[in-house]
Ligand binder design. Sequence first.
Ligand code: AMP
Length: 428
Amino acid sequence: MSFEKLNLIEPILRALKTEGYVKPTPIQEESIPILLKGRDLLGCAQTGTGKTAAFAIPIIQILCGEQPPQGGGHRPIKALILTPTRELAVQIKESFAAYGKHTGLRGTVVYGGVSQHAQTEALKKGVDILIATPGRLLDLMNQRFVHLEHVKIFVLDEADRMLDMGFINDVKKVIAKLPTKRQTLFFSATMPPVILKLANSILHEPVRVEVTPQSSTVDIIQQSLYYVAKNDKKSLLMHLLKDKAIESALVFTRTKHGADKIVRELVKSGVKALAIHGNKSQNARQNALNDFKSRKTRVLVATDIAARGIDVDNLSHVINFELPNVPETYVHRIGRTGRAGESGVAISFCDAEEKAYLKDIQKLISKAIPVVEEHPYPMSHTVMAAPEPDKRKKSFKKPHSNSSHSHSKKSSSSAGGGGGKKWWGKKQ
Ligand code: AMP
């Protein structure tokens, strides 16, 4: 399947070519035709599946078919994308800008933690597409800088994260201001009952699309596990970073404080490192991310929330300095590498207290992470015998069946043991 077969307009096809996209990902292949028909969509998918382009491309195409404002009048917002984090919002804006660059459509992004001036100036000029985090959007709506009465397409992105981060009430307030006649797209990596209830309350006869990238992601990423005492983790990290093959590494910690401590140690020993977490200003976070993307910084140390949605092309290594206590987070974290069919490396440290977390992770991914025995800071085997993974295949919760039409399809899979099979074109 090629993008041409999806009946996309020439300016979009040209932009996709520049991006180096050769063929649509499974979620794009399924969602684009449905969305071009004007249907609502319930997407069970997470970042790393090509989800952003799956909604951005049809939105651009639909808006290109709209009448331009008469006499060059004010451009009302016609598409609204709500997403939980500032980093994700910026990335979505960049995607719209890339795919829509030959169309003349205008988009902007609003998020909190920075002065609103530049954002209100952009809004005053008129935008077709607005990408926003919920808090700042409500704020700007209350100040009457944002009017939603002309919105035709609404995207709720990462709904489960919205819930985790306590944004659901803000999201509901925004939805209450949208026109009832609209096209709605709802994305969530998991579908707990409260999320499904919200989906059912805002979608109209949605088509359901599911892609489960977790097993394919897990299969193409080279994973390894180091048993190490808590106090030796920093030394082990320094030791691993001596390997120049680690060109760029995203290191995960559980706490903001922990992230800062690691950065201090790394910088002391001459490794270029920066931290990215919620205590940093938006500008500091964006600068850290830019420096990491441009390879000025070799190591980015991040907490889970701050790292959510980080999309860095060619990220070679993810290092779990601490194992997450929620097993799905492990999959989210290692999914930062191995993007778009690339293989990546994920290294995890596990101390005595994290053994239970490891057990849950191995249960979820249905395999034992290979253990590296030979390293300078080993722990005794009696303390750290590897737990057996549960043989049962367990995956993310799926939505309960409802009246929606299901176009459920397991991505690549993955499933079929297709292991490292590349299922989308490689970015240049
Ligand atoms: P997303 O799931 O939207 O976060 O996208 C994950 C990554 O895949 C991003 O770096 C995109 O630029 C890339 N990507 C999206 N669609 C394609 C495609 N059809 N071919 C190659 N790369 C893609």
